[in-house]
Design a protein around this ligand. Structure first.
Ligand SMILES: [Zn+2]
Length: 240
């Protein structure tokens, strides 16, 4: 059976495969979690792997979805939680990539009253806030997973204009204006969480970045994103 051609540039598909491998190598994704990209040819479509561990993803595993998270042509089994992606693309037209992970160090911040805040410049994009999505408010009889459009919509509503949303008892989701940016943010959300947890063991109070520092540093990081991306991609592809 001939595979339907995906409506996206080859460069975007390459980035998506590399993003999956990079996140697996950084242990931000294990057998679970996913990265997606809005199509650069059709803004009402997005691309993500079929249901598969991120370390195993190749170009042949990518599937095109509409914004209801229905596959356009390829009917192979998709991720249950793909509604996270489609509902964010619907509510935030400027978002071009999304990563959802169960990144370990982030979990305590979704389960307690302590806010995840930018402790260093690499986590500066967190300045815009890290709201916590409480699934019980939407669905008391839940299994924590974002299984349908209403839950995806509620998550996107909690994310609002922020760059990162935590999910109580589950994980987190970050957005970016490119695949490299969303991957960068997923990696540094995990690192920022780890560092914040370490800092709580030292004499406080912790001095976080101010909103203005956060804003400026986010713009600065955007300007140098090519450097880590080139390195990460090379390492990830070398290990294949
Ligand atoms: Zn999940």
């Amino acid at each position: 059976m001939k595979k339907a051609k995906i409506n996206a540039s080859p460069a975007l598909l390459d980035d998506l495969v590399a993003g999956s491998l990079i996140l697996a190598q950084h242990e931000v994704l294990d057998a679970y979690g996913h990265v997606s990209a809005r199509s650069d040819k059709r803004p009402d479509r997005y691309i993500m792997s079929r249901s598969l561990a991120p370390a195993l993803v190749t170009a042949a595993d990518l599937v095109e979805y509409d914004l209801e998270s229905e596959p356009v042509a390829d009917k192979r089994k998709g991720f249950i939680e793909r509604y996270i992606h489609s509902e964010i693309y619907r509510s935030r037209p400027e978002v071009m990539a999304v990563v959802h992970s169960h990144s370990a160090s982030v979990i305590p911040f979704g389960a307690t009253r302590t806010k995840l805040r930018p402790i260093y410049h690499m986590g500066s994009f967190l300045w815009s806030g890290t709201p916590v999505f409480e699934i019980r408010n939407e669905k008391p009889d839940n299994d924590l997973l974002i299984r349908d459009r209403p839950l995806g919509k509620a998550l996107a509503r909690t994310l609002a204009k922020c760059n990162c949303v935590l999910m109580r008892g589950h994980g987190m989701t970050v957005i970016g204006d490119s695949v490299p940016e969303a991957v960068f943010r997923a990696i540094y959300t995990e690192m920022n969480a780890r560092l914040q947890l370490q800092a709580t063991q030292l004499e406080g109070p912790i001095e976080f970045l101010s909103d203005e520092e956060g804003r400026r540093s986010t713009a600065a990081n955007r300007g140098t994103l090519e450097r880590p991306w080139e390195l990460w991609k090379k390492k990830a592809l070398a290990r294949k």
